[in-house]
Design a binder for this molecule. Structure first.
Ligand SMILES: [Zn+2]
Ligand SMILES: [Zn+2]
Length: 271
């Protein structure tokens, strides 16, 4: 693995370290692409309903900090590519305008280079919106309605064409029957294949033995024959291109007979 598109920064409130430490660790671990895809500033919004405001200050600082660092590394390490994006929720409704609003926090550096959203990965951390608040997707629950609502949001998100890949596609923590899980979740690999969107083996979830990656899901991915990527989902510098985590991901992919893509072509969500 030489290309990682999934790293966070302190701005999301649950990551540690400086951007420079993430980049330095990535370089030390032999990465060529060190992509940043922090949670979009309004992911952990204060008032989920109605008050989904972008914290413009944080977003502006994110673009400026990474833009300046990238200019510096272009001189000292011209072989390293540092794309800047977000891990974004899909929201029904005025979705395009959310992207545009987040991008309007772009930084313009002294030499005129504009640093805004260069790619998005889809991470559906919440199910249901408005009155149908289904809460955090990783929270255990046996509601089929909640499962269906997760699948629906993920597919609608992929269908926007804005996302380079789907992060932790199996984040939803469904504790009901295997049959119900498979009936709904199978729709994700089917849609992703049709749309040509890679599915991420999330190295954070794998390493920490979270509810994802879920074997049942990846059996279906294997059967469907999807494009697959690995994502560090780094919330700490030492997780960027960490060889131990990568070998865990490789062993996982091998177990399911998955072909893992490494370098991706980024989809421009503003095109
Ligand atoms: Zn995530
Ligand atoms: Zn993430």
């Amino acid at each position: 693995m030489k290309h990682n598109y999934h790293s966070h920064t302190v701005r999301c409130g649950h990551a540690v370290g400086t951007e420079r430490e993430y980049i330095e660790t990535g370089i030390k671990n032999g990465l060529i692409t060190i992509g940043f895809s922090d949670h979009s500033p309004f992911l952990f919004w204060k008032e989920r309903d109605g008050g989904m405001k972008i914290d413009r200050e944080k977003a502006a600082d994110y673009f400026k900090t990474l833009g300046e660092l990238r200019q510096e590394y272009r001189i000292t390490h011209p072989e390293i590519y540092i794309p800047v994006g977000f891990e974004f929720e899909y929201f029904p409704g005025a979705f395009d305008s959310y992207i545009e609003e987040a991008d309007s926090c772009a930084a313009v550096l002294p030499d005129g280079e504009r640093v805004g959203i260069e790619y998005l990965i889809l991470g559906q951390h919440f199910t249901g919106f408005g009155s149908e608040n289904g809460g955090y997707s990783g929270m255990p629950g046996d509601s089929e309605k909640r499962l269906a609502s997760y699948v629906e949001a993920v597919i609608a998100g992929m269908e926007t064409g804005k996302f380079t890949y789907l992060a932790h596609p199996d984040l939803i923590n469904f504790t009901g029957s295997v049959q119900v899980y498979e009936k709904h979740m199978r729709e994700i690999p089917i849609a992703a294949k049709k749309l040509g969107i890679p599915l991420e083996i999330n190295l954070l979830g794998l390493h920490e033995h979270r509810n994802y990656p879920n074997d049942l899901f990846w059996h279906m991915v294997s059967e469907t024959g999807n494009l697959v990527v690995m994502g560090c989902d780094a919330h700490a510098p030492e997780r960027v291109g960490n060889p131990e985590l990568i070998s865990e991901g490789e062993a996982f992919a091998k177990r399911f007979g998955l072909q893992v893509l490494d370098e991706l072509t980024l989809r421009n969500p503003l095109a």
